[in-house]
Every structure is written in C-alpha cells, then in structure tokens.
Design a protein around this ligand. Sequence first.
Ligand code: GAP
Length: 445
Amino acid sequence: MEKLVSLAKRRGFVFQSSEIYGGLGSVWDYGPLGVELKKNIKERWWRSMVHEREDIEGLDAAILMHPKVWEASGHVAGFTDPLVDCKHCKNRFRADDPRIKGTPGQPDGQCPACGTKGTLTAPRQFNLMFKTFMGPVEEDAAVIFMRPETAQGIYVNYLNVLQSSRQKVPFGIAQIGKAFRNEITPGNFIFRTREFEQMEMQFFVKPGSDGEWFEFWRAERMKWIQGLGIRQEKLRWHQHGKTELAHYAKDAYDIEYEFPFGWNEFEGIHNRGDFDLSRHQEYSGKKLDYLDTTTNERFVPNVVETSAGADRTTLVVLCDAYREEAVRGEEGEGKEEQRVVLKLKPELAPLKAAVFPLVNKDGMPDVARRVYDDLRKRFNVFYDDGGSIGRRYRRQDEAGTPFGITIDGQTSQDQTVTVRDRDTLLQVRVATGQLVSHLEDRLRG
Ligand code: GAP
C-alpha cells in the first residue's frame, strides 16, 4: 500500500489535505491526474445509470438539509459507533478495536496507545455525523448536519422528481455528491475518509417486486464493475448477516475487493423496503404514497439502493491497475529493467497519450508541438521533452497513459510518428494525419 500511496503523490493523483500544516486526519485532495481518474469513473457511472436508462433521473441535492431529515432517517438515534476513552493518555478508540486487551471499563482493560491498565472507560455511543450551525447564532436550535449519505436528498425529492419527470413506478433517481462522517478509525489512504463522494441510486418499486429488483440491481452493478477492467478473482459478494444489517435494510450485499490490506467493501446493494419513505411521511406529515393508475392501488414504494463510494472505487481501480514488472530496456541496449505501470483501462486513464520529441533539435520539438496541439482538441494529452526517452516512457507508465507518441528522425521524411503501447510496449508507425482516428479506434477497443 505504501508504494501505491507514494506513486499517487509522485505522479499527482492524491495528496494529503493541508500537507504543509502537517495534514488533516483522513482527508485527501485529488491532484491533476487523480481528479481526471475519479471524474472518468463518475462519468461512466452517470452515463450507465442516467443517460443509458429511461427509467432513472438525475439529481443534485444540497449537502445541508433540514435537521428533521436525520431524525426521520434514523441517523440521529442510530448512526453511532461505540467508543472508549483512555483517561490517562486521552486517546479515543472504537470499542471493538482489536488492539485493546481485556475489557474496557474493567481493571484489565489495557490502552493500546499508552499501555496503561484500568484507564479505559466503558463504551459510549458516539454519533458519526458532523454538526455545524446555520445562521449567525451558535445555539442548539441552529444545529444542522453535514449529510452522512446522499440517499436522503433523493427520498425527500422523490415526489418532486416523480411529478416533474412524469416517471411511473418502477423508476429510479441517481445522484453523485459529497458525504461526511466523523470516522473514528479512519485510514488506509482514501479507503475510509471523513469527507468522501458517493454515487447512489434509489430505485422505487411496488412492494412485493423488491426481491426481484434487488437481484436485478445486484447483477447490473457487478457487470458495471467488471466493465472497469477489475480482475474477477479480486471481487466477491458478502451478504450481511442479521447483526450486520443497517437499521433501514431488509437485505444487503456488499461487493468486496481484495485490497493490499485485505477483503473490504466498496459498494453496497440494499433492499431498504419502505423504511425511508414511510419515515419521511411520518416525520414531515406529507403523503409520499403512489397511486398506480392502471390498478388504482395506492402504496408507499419500496426502495432498492445501489450505493458506491467514488473514492473507494477509485482506490479499487488504482490497486487493480498497479503492477511492477521486468521489461527489456527501451533505450537501445535491451537490458532488463523494472518498471511500475498502472494498467488502467484506456477509457479511465487520466491522460490518453503523451507526445515526445525524441531529441530537442532537428525541428522535432516544432512537429511534436503541432501534433500535441492537434490531439489536445480531442483528448487529454501531455507534452514531455525532459530527460531520456526511456525515462519519459517510465513516467507515463506510472501515470497509466496508454499511448506514447514519439517524433523522431523519420518523421521529417515520411510524416509518421511511433505510437507505443503502454502494456505490450509494441510500437507502430502512424501518419500524423491519421493519429486522431488511430487513437480513437484503440481507445474504443
Ligand atoms: N446510503 C447507504 C450508505 O451510505 P454505506 O455502506 O454506509 O451505505 C456506501 O456507504 C458506500 O459509501 C461504501 O460502500 C463506501 O464505498 C462509501 N463510504 C462509506 N463510508 C466511507 C468513508 N468513510 N470513506 C470513503 N468511502 C466511504
């Protein structure tokens, strides 16, 4: 994992937030390549959920919501983790932290940080929602929360979307947006952070058909993830047991990936029954039922939710693409050397190609600039004239750039350039006038 974190910083994927001030715990910033990678993943999700389906509408609800929303959703009462404090060193831990020896609150309970026995408090519930104040007065009546999930913005807009879009049940609402949780055991890079992005879709169905739609969405989501190019053997399902189920869920499956730190969830598919709409109906006093005009039946729709983390999915994509391999040197001598390469699916790669003049003379930089300017109108491309060509290839391998385009001595004679494939290292010569269509074809494939 350290190697991936170091590559992510070196190549501009992810930086620690506020690094010059010593960093802010479990908050991360996306650099020039990271923002492109995450955007490509989000765009692919949006396309498959909203643009390619006539039964799903998009939404962008505000992060701040009426505080009653979080009472209705169950987050005020139930979105908690049991925590213990050490009275000696003042550190705080989750009660189920495997490093704790003995029983917290008892004389044998031992603090995992300072090692003192008997100083751990008995577990207390700690709410994971971030609080802030609305308006100029910092008083209890002005407390609001930073949303811990995007789903609630969908439920409270369900009628607005239904009526304005003229959809009929079954139909869905999809949203991508930030969520905040004051996680106590955050960590593992961008796996568990305090500020993160979710890609959630709530599908509203007639009660009784929820089981069928649940299976439908499980299959769809797995297909989508496989479409990101993730290795099949690194993916598995985990069904929640009775004690694991969230307060709203009738049934739930996680999609897990084998990260370098073990198998962990990065997406959940949940059968939420009518919990959410019924609770909002009760707490708001507004009717949220649906009239099926073909059968004249009225019902509160059930919800099947697909909930993915954009950051965790980005981490899955990065972990899965990361390879260290031996290659024959590309600088002429054919020596074996080690390279680090991100074998990202070309569609997801932040940069689609990099343009290199072989040397900075003989008119090569002028031609290379023209090629670069031409390609830039169509793709996100990079220009690099610094260092040996082997070094430049290696930098782009680490960035996951699928194609390297080199302008060399032959270019001025026949107007062709070499196109190097990141994965096979094979080079083909392509006429400069054909480059755009050549890349389009290969990026599609
Ligand atoms: N609306 C349902 C819901 O929020 P969840 O299992 O709590 O369900 C869904 O979260 C997804 O959101 C997770 O699978 C994960 O990808 C992402 N996620 C949750 N907490 C996160 C955190 N602290 N950091 C990064 N991603 C997180």
